[in-house]
Design a protein around this ligand. Structure first.
Ligand code: SF4
Length: 83
């Protein structure tokens, strides 16, 4: 339906939502030494098993947080696939 006043419709959000894209998190299980940093950074997607190694519950992560985890992993065992 066109606006009678000729004004553009207001946006439904005013920047309160995250505009970050998502990415998929992959762990090289051979390289991983179980430091647990990825689980600390991404607690909703990654937990640690009884030996301290990561278990990924949801591969889709916030791309910014995923990039941070990749950068901080001490053994470069994390990789992101951008969606
Ligand atoms: S931060 Fe790296 S080394 Fe530590 S648990 Fe995660 S993948 Fe493994």
């Amino acid at each position: 339906m066109p606006f009678a006043s000729g004004l553009s419709p207001l946006p439904t959000s005013f920047g309160s939502e995250r505009s970050s894209d998502s990415a998929t998190l992959h762990i090289d299980r051979i390289a991983c030494t179980g430091h647990g940093l990825c689980a600390a950074l991404l607690p909703e997607q990654v937990s640690l098993d009884e030996w301290g190694y990561p278990v990924v519950h949801a591969q889709e992560v916030d791309a910014d947080l995923g990039r941070t985890a990749v950068r901080l992993c001490p053994v470069a065992a994390l990789r992101l696939g951008v969606r």
